[in-house]
Ligand binder design. Structure first.
Ligand code: IVH
Length: 719
């Protein structure tokens, strides 16, 4: 990347050239070209997956919920406009992140899904309108909803067999979660046995594990005193407390549970949502006392308002309310659209706000060398949670807000860790407060120049970076931390602390050093405090165990900009082996246009990723570093995607009237099983499902020799 250094564009700043950012984020989705949409869709996928990982696996999200929702919305909007981007890999078909490695995995009998969000009142009206249309209900038919608070905790599925609790599992990626049975058994709110004489043979009760605000504050105080992990909010502390290897730690943490949903049930004890909630209560569960029946949109909005007023005084965090169609037969008919049910929606609350003082502005250096300014705040309670830091993102953001040390700022927290600074309360600015001057030198020991990268349009980009790259110790350490992180090489016993320590000792400069550590520094390590024979042996065994690594993990671990997990998987699937991926990147760096086009044709890969790979592989020192690493490990070829159902990957066209389902239901169920539903018949169509009254499409199907199915035949196939 250093080949692109250019003279300063702004005072004291150097511009990093040769790195077009193809920034389309400011365009509305309607104005994106297909190519731009593809690139941004892929970039968003990577970004969202990374946020999911931090949220679900590390219990340490790095963006606000509002920002996350915004990314998700844009991602969904791009897919709505360009449905071809909605592949089986799409995040709109997946929830959360895959489970972390240390717990056994549990496949949910029925997937654990997510909820669609409503923000404005009109979103709620649209939601009700959609239901009415889908069910073809007349305007005067009442739709009854069960409305309840949306708890900001973590969802849990509890499986009871013959009345006894057999498994407790986290949501994970929606299909496979983590087995935390031993831990959930320590929760008072979770019955080990269901009360009542006749309970169905199999009951999967689902709900939310949460920590009260009070318990959270007390826990953090204890943790801080004992040097333990301090959590950012009650949700993270609930998640962290539940995902403990030692159940006695979970037992020592005050966790609550509200039951609000279910998975597999061998029999349904009620025919309404509210009836099910009552049944849960009769079995011994806590259910939310604020749950209420609402019979109109107005009643729903009123409920939203009422609960929002109570929000601050509740002892648990909520981030909105949930509306659910009460009749279960209607829920059944409405079904799901990718990751969320059509019969429910989360109506979110706006973020909670407060004002406080900026004591200082600190610079943190991240894995890609990006310098992030952070406002150190006078601690303030927002929505029951103490906040002391707020990110200021980048130099432009500080300049836009004109935040100065000594300023009073308004901040907002949307159930998240790092709150946003909304603006400065100018009346409170102390006299003599000076505009913040972004450092021209990296705070690292090299004090190298800070550079601004350049956008495709040749303008100065938002991100400031240390120009030292692998010479900057912050950069090296962050890079190595990423390399060993759970989703990358995942080396047990080699965490952030060890990386910092080994780097300080001068033993680790680059990933390849990890694999020669034993040979070169075993004896050095043994004399260090806290490193006995056993722990040293365990560490080296863990390193040895990772000498074999799947291609997608390897690519992700390299930490190339814009190559997140989803992108790494797409590249691994596209190229199959390290050799062919490596060759392609080499050609790309040499400016080979054919290779570029070939890469562009891959699902999920667009211009930003390709440019980033090109720049990375254009650097001889990057290539050498990779070669040294590749010589130490065996990179396993990628697995080919597996088709689960008979119709996965097939293209289907529906025509004529369907008896057993509406067209929307048919389409949704086909898509759920991985098929693509098209509007017109072509030679590429695999099936035409024809009901009575089918017209020209049936004719076309015959002409092209496409297989024609009746509705019943289709239903048999689409299971
Ligand atoms: S119903 C099929 N009800 O919100 C959907 N979810 O954003 C089942 N949540 O994954 C979920 N309070 O973890 C439901 N009263 C509530 C909830 C609730 C919190 C969580 C749950 C879900 C997430 C979706």
């Amino acid at each position: 990347m250093d080949s692109g250094l250019r003279p300063a564009a702004g005072p004291g700043m150097t511009t990093l050239g040769n790195m077009p950012r193809n920034d389309t984020t400011k365009l509305t989705v309607e104005n994106l070209s297909e190519k731009q949409a593809k690139a941004e869709h892929a970039r968003l996928a990577g970004e969202i997956a990374e946020h999911d990982r931090r949220y679900y696996q590390d219990d340490a999200p790095s963006v606000s919920d509002a920002e996350y929702d915004r990314l998700r919305q844009r991602y969904g909007a791009i897919e709505a406009r360009f449905p071809q981007l909605r592949t089986a890999e799409s995040l709109t078909r997946h929830v959360g992140a895959a489970p972390a490695a240390r717990f056994a995995k549990v496949r949910h009998a029925l997937p654990m899904l997510s909820l669609d969000n409503a923000f404005a009142e009109d979103d709620v009206r649209d939601f009700v309108g959609r239901i009415r249309r889908f069910l073809r209900l007349p305007d005067d038919e009442e739709i009854v909803f069960s409305a309840e608070p949306k708890i900001d905790g973590l969802s849990m599925s509890l499986r009871y067999e013959a009345g006894a609790l057999v498994t407790g599992a986290t949501r994970g990626d929606g299909s496979v979660g983590e087995d935390v049975t031993a831990n959930v058994k320590t929760l008072e709110d979770i019955p080990k046995r269901l009360k009542g004489r006749t309970v169905p043979a199999v009951c999967e009760v689902r709900g939310e594990v949460y920590m009260t605000k009070q318990a959270f504050l007390a826990l953090n105080k204890r943790q801080a005193e004992s040097g333990g992990q301090v959590f950012a909010n009650p949700r993270n502390s609930a998640a962290g407390s539940l995902r403990q290897k030692d159940p006695s730690i979970t037992a020592s943490r005050p966790l609550g549970f509200f039951a609000y949903a279910w998975g597999e049930m061998s029999a349904l004890p009620a025919d309404t949502q509210s009836g099910m909630i009552e049944w849960f209560a009769s079995c011994g569960f806590k259910t939310n006392p604020l749950t209420k029946i609402c019979r109109s949109v107005e009643a729903l909005l009123e409920f939203h308002h009422e609960i929002e007023l109570q929000r601050g005084s509740l002892d648990y965090d909520i981030d909105g309310v949930v509306y659910k169609v009460d009749r279960l037969d209607w829920q059944e008919r409405l079904g799901f659209v990718s990751r969320s049910p059509r019969w429910a929606i989360a109506h979110k609350f706006p973020a909670e706000k407060a004002t406080t003082l900026v004591k200082d502005i600190e610079i943190q250096v991240g894995r890609t060398g990006a310098l992030t300014p952070v406002a150190k705040l006078e601690p303030v309670t927002v929505g029951g949670v103490v906040v002391q830091n707020a990110t200021l993102h980048n130099p432009d953001e500080i300049a836009r807000l004109d935040v100065r040390v000594g300023d009073t700022v308004s901040i907002q927290r949307a159930g998240d860790v790092i709150p946003q600074v909304l603006g400065v309360v100018l009346e409170k600015r102390p006299r003599g407060a000076k505009p913040y001057v972004f450092p021209k030198k990296c705070p690292c020991s090299l004090h190298t120049d800070v550079m601004r990268e350049q956008t495709a349009a040749g303008e100065e980009g938002a991100v400031a970076r240390c120009s030292g790259e692998f010479a900057c110790p912050y950069y090296v350490v962050e890079h190595l931390k990423h390399f060993v992180s759970r989703r990358a090489f995942d080396i047990d016993g080699l965490g952030e602390k060890q990386i910092e320590f080994f780097h300080e000792k001068g033993w680790l400069q680059e990933p390849a050093d990890i694999f020669t550590l034993e040979k070169k520094h075993r004896d050095d390590l043994l004399v260090e405090e806290g490193y006995g024979e056993t722990s040293v042996r365990n560490l080296f065994n863990a390193i040895e165990a990772r000498r074999q690594i799947p291609l997608e993990r390897f690519i992700y671990a390299l930490g190339i900009r814009h190559v997140g997990e989803t992108t790494a998987v797409a590249l691994a699937r596209g190229y199959g082996s390290w050799q062919s991926f490596h060759d392609a990147c080499g050609k790309l760096a040499d400016g080979d246009d054919e290779t570029r086009q070939e890469m562009d044709a891959l699902d999920q890969i667009g211009g930003t990723v390709i440019d980033s790979l090109r720049d990375y592989f254009a650097e001889a020192h990057n290539r050498r570093r990779i070669e040294r690493l590749a010589a130490q490990v065996r990179i396993l070829d990628a697995e080919k995607p597996r088709a689960d159902s008979a119709i996965a990957g097939k293209t289907v066209v529906f025509t004529g009237t369907l008896d057993k389902m509406t067209r929307d239901e048919a389409k949704a169920s086909a898509e759920r099983l991985g098929a693509k539903v098209a509007g017109s018949v072509s030679r590429k169509t695999d099936y035409v499902v024809a009901g009575p009254g089918a017209g020209s499409k049936l004719g076309k199907a015959k002409e092209f020799g496409v297989k024609i199915l009746s509705e019943d035949e289709w239903l048999k196939l689409a299971r």
